[in-house]
Structures are given as C-alpha cells and as structure tokens.
Design a protein. Structure first.
Lengths: 300, 261
C-alpha cells in the first residue's frame, strides 16, 4: 500500500527528472524488488533453502540500499537548498545516481543467482568455478558504486565552491507544494514571519494558486508582530558531555568517574532550570526587514 | 493570511478547469524495465510512443506468488510515468488531484490479494515441508546421525554399524531420517540439491527428512558461519542404487576402523 502511495504522488503531475526525482524513482523500483524477494523468503519452504545464502544477502541489501540509502540521498538533494541556501550540482548528482543505480544492480543481482546456486554467505574463499563469473560481475558493480560515492562527494565539493551561482534566492527551487518552501532558504530562526494559515493538504500550493488567481488585485499589506524565540543555551551540550562520561565510566566500572558524570549532568540541569531569561524577542523591524528582503528576491 | 507574495510566473502553471481537459490516449503501460534503465527520461518529445514489451528481467528468480504482484505494478508505475513526464504536454495534468475511489480500491485490493495468496502458500508449504515430518514412502527410512565438528561432518549409520567423515552415501528413492547435533558451535547442515537445511546445535537434536530421487553426487555444506574452517566445511553426498548402497556398507564394515587423515 505504501508503494502505491509513493507511485501515485507522481500521478497527474509533471515529472521533471531532477536528481531527487531520479533517486526517488530508483528507490521505488529497487525497494519493490527487495520487498518481493523478502516476501519469497518469508515463505518457510523457500526459506529452508535460501536461509544464510547469498540470496538473503542480496535481498537485504536490496532493501537497505534501495529503501534507505536511495531515499536518504533523494531527501538530501531535495532539502539541501532549504537548509543551506544553495542547490546542489545537478550534473554530478545525476552522475552519482546513475553510477549508484547501475552499480547496485550489477553488484547485487548476481548474488541472487549465486544464492540459488547454493553459495552461502561469509565465506573467505571458495573453490567453485561456476560462481566465478557472477562474482566478477558483482565486483565490477561494487567498483561502479565506488565511483558513485566519489561523484557524491565531488557533487558536494563542487556545489559548495560554486555556491554563489547555485544560490537559492526564492526559497522555493523546486516549485514545491508544502509550507517549508514558502520561507527563505535557509529559513530564519522563526521560520515564518507571519503564521501561515493552512486550509488544504498542500498549504503552499493552494496559497500559490490563490496568489495566481488574484495577481491583478492589490494584496493586503502584511502586518508584522515581534516574535518570541527561545534563547540559545549551551546546557544541552554540557549535559550530553556528562552523560557520555557517565556511560563510559559505567561500561568500564570506573565508579568515581560515574559519580562525577552524574553530578555534572544534574548540576547542568539545575543551572538550566534556574535561569532567569528564557526567551528573546525578535523586534518587528527585524522580522519585517528579513521578510521584505526575501519577498524582493522572489519578485522578478 | 498565507505567505502572499507573488510567485515567479515562469514557474506558475495555470490550471485548466477539469471539464475541458481531454483524456490523453497515450499508451497506458510502459514496462517497468524501461523505467529502470531510464529510457523514460530520454525519449524526445516527438518520438512515437514506445512499444510494449514484456517485463523482462524483473521476475524474481523463483517463487509462485511474486510474478502476480510484479505484473500488477508495472502497469501502475508505467501509467504514472507515461502520462507524467514534464516534457509530455499532451498528458493529463492534475495538480489538484486529491482522491480517487478507484485508485484506493486498486491500492488496497492488490496487496490484500497478495497477502492472502502468499499466506496460503506459506501455510500449506510450511506444513508440507516441515523438517520433522516423515516422508510418505513404502521403503524403510535409513537412519543417519549427523554431528558437526570443527570443521568437518561426522555421519553415523547406527543400523549399519558404520561411521564416516565428510562422506554421506545414501540409497536412491529411500527416505533418509537424520538426527543432527553439534560438538561445539552452531552449524547448518545443507545439501542444496536435496532440499531443506537444518541447524545443528550442541546439546540438542534436530530432525530432518530428505530423499534423493536421482542418483548422483551432490555438494553438502555448512550454511552457518562457524569459524576459521567454515569455508571448507563441505562433504560429499553420493546417492546410489540400493544394491550399491548395501555393497558400500559391507565394504566399509570390512575396512575396519580407519582414522581419517
């Protein structure tokens, strides 16, 4: 059911084959295959044969790489501009995707075959010549994946070095539908200058439609108000430091150190509880200035 | 009061009213294989609709249930792909699409049927192929006791009074009833061509029933990592006609105690 959900997010849309979309489609295809082989192994009579074989290894890599790694990289490419204010290089991103995608299939599809040929996992050597060609193909695939990983790193380096050209001024590089794309990239600490009203599923999309329909009319002036923000505090890190000390000391039975860690964590907590000022107020002028400069960048 | 600034017009696609939209007659199913190879991304706008071809290379290598589900998905995915490329301006564009009862029906009924089918296969198969279950046969089963050692296999034939190392000889067409244990770490007794594997564990006895229908030599192995010698922890399985088996037993007994090298 989840897979259909994902597929139908494409339904009736205009699919642009950008890097995040490529990763998403790669994720869906690969994850479905991994899921299918998982269903096979969930059938005990098949599992009596496939257990501990390379078929199993191929299956779980199919699920983990296709389902987690591909999905995470799709999200990384998609939300990177929102977090850091500039988009990632598409050419290196596509190169990374195709190396990963092709490399993945070359590396792991042969393992299904090898599993069915009776090759078990965790062998440090083997003497079966029938396996050799399949293992060579898998090795080539692994090398292509390595190229993909290198492309991924290069993409990040190239994008950071050319960040001025890749600057995302609109805050909405993908013509997105959800609210995070309605604010600047990277967003100010208070996210939205004015709390957005949401009436439909894709809040930002409906706002855009309304704005488009009413583009000839004068928009009402935006009224800003000061925003209360929690003050930054280092207590969290201090607390975490003492928690690590406590954990380390408990593992190695260093009881005096465990005491120090617990005491430190508790004192840090007390200090946090007794602070006087918890919030700062962002003045109206600052909110308005940032919002207007964002709007100015958005306007053509 | 949303974020009411104007969006760049270039990105803003006007929406047509639903009633005037024409249903596109573009090919409704592109095999998933095309998507996997990325062809969908490179068709030019003017290129004719791609030919339908069977879903090659996608069926999982084995299994009864999977092809059904695989066959169902390319249609759904292919459709979404075919009608949704951004360069395909004839396609239906439904940016405000929200709900479809027919799609809900599809989305829930296919998985439900798949679960029922696979569940049925699993239930029947698990009881059918239970390792403890005796095989239905008129022949009297041969008993073999298996002990996994570091890193070799000991086979004891209690009724014949013989024992071998790394050599399992069995008569064709006769069920073999295994009782298995381990001298140390866990291993898994596995002859891929004969069927199910089973764990061997110290202090416990597991049961397995197999039968060779054809004479021949098969590879036996441990399928559970057990240490340094694991990769070479193999044994030979020889399935021979009944009279040859009797000869082999006699010869082995006459040979007397032999220390394996």
């Amino acid at each position: 059911v989840k897979v259909f959900n994902w597929l139908f997010t494409l339904y009736g849309g205009r699919v642009r084959f950008t890097v995040p979309v490529l990763w998403s489609i790669g994720f869906m295809v690969t994850f479905v295959i991994g899921g299918m082989t998982g269903v096979l192994m969930a059938v005990p009579p098949a599992d009596f044969q496939l257990h501990n074989s390379l078929f199993l290894v191929a299956h779980f890599h199919n699920v983990i790489i296709g389902g987690v790694v591909f999905g995470v990289i799709a999200g990384f490419n998609y939300w990177f501009p929102k977090a850091f204010g500039f988009t990632l290089d598409e050419r290196w991103g596509k190169a990374a995707f195709w190396c990963w995608f092709i490399g993945f299939y070359l590396a792991f599809m042969p393992l299904y075959v090898l599993g069915l040929m009776g090759m078990t996992r965790r062998m440090q050597h083997y003497d079966n010549l029938d396996w050799q060609p399949w293992l060579l193909v898998a090795a080539v695939g692994a090398a292509i994946i390595l190229v993909g990983i290198v492309c991924q790193v290069v993409q990040l380096v190239v994008s950071i070095r050319a960040r001025e050209q890749h600057r995302d001024l609109t805050g909405d590089p993908w013509n997105g539908r959800t609210l995070e794309w309605s604010t600047a990239s990277p967003p100010p600490p208070w996210n939205f200058a004015i709390l957005p009203g949401v009436a439909e599923r894709d809040g930002y999309w409906s706002t855009k439609q309304r704005a488009h329909a009413m583009q000839d009319q004068a928009r009402p002036a935006r009224e800003y108000a000061p925003i209360e923000m929690p003050r930054n505090s280092a207590i969290g890190s201090v607390n975490a430091f003492f928690a690590v000390v406590t954990g380390f000391a408990l593992i190695w039975h260093i009881w005096w150190m465990a005491g120090v860690g617990l005491l430190g964590a508790f004192v840090a907590l007390l200090a946090f509880a007794f602070r006087d000022k918890e919030e700062v107020e962002v003045p109206t002028a600052q909110v308005a200035q940032l919002d207007r400069s964002h709007a100015a960048e958005v306007a053509p | 009061v949303g974020a009411g600034y104007k969006h760049p017009p270039a990105k803003n696609v006007p929406i047509q009213p639903q009633a005037t939209r024409k249903r596109s007659n573009i090919v409704a199913a592109i095999p998933l294989g095309a998507v996997t190879t990325g062809e969908a991304a490179v068709w030019s706008r003017d290129a004719p609709a791609p030919e339908l071809s069977p879903v090659a290379g996608l069926e999982p290598p084995e299994g009864t249930a999977a092809p059904l589900a695989v066959a169902a998905i390319p249609n759904a995915e292919g459709k979404a792909e075919a009608s949704s490329r951004s360069s395909n301006k004839r396609a239906r564009y439904l940016p405000n699409f929200d709900y479809s009862g027919r799609l809900e029906m599809l989305v829930w009924s296919i998985p439900a049927m798949a679960v029922l089918l696979v569940g049925g296969v699993a239930w029947v198969g698990s009881h059918d192929l239970d390792q403890r279950k005796l095989m239905s046969s008129t022949a009297k089963p041969v008993r073999v006791q298996v002990v996994s050692l570091d890193w070799k296999w000991l086979f004891i034939y209690p009724d014949q009074g013989i024992a071998t190392v790394n050599q399992l000889t069995i008569p064709v067409g006769t069920p073999v009833s295994f009782e298995l244990t381990s001298s140390g770490v866990i291993n898994s007794f596995f002859v891929p061509q004969l069927g199910s594997q089973i764990y061997t564990m110290a202090g416990m006895v597991t049961r397995l029933h197999l039968q060779a229908d054809h004479s021949g030599k098969y590879r036996g192995l441990s399928a559970q990592f057990s240490g340094d010698g694991f990769a070479d922890m193999r044994f030979n399985v020889e399935a021979v006609p009944a009279e040859n088996f009797a000869q082999w037993v006699t010869a082995a007994r006459a040979a007397g105690p032999v220390r394996p090298a």
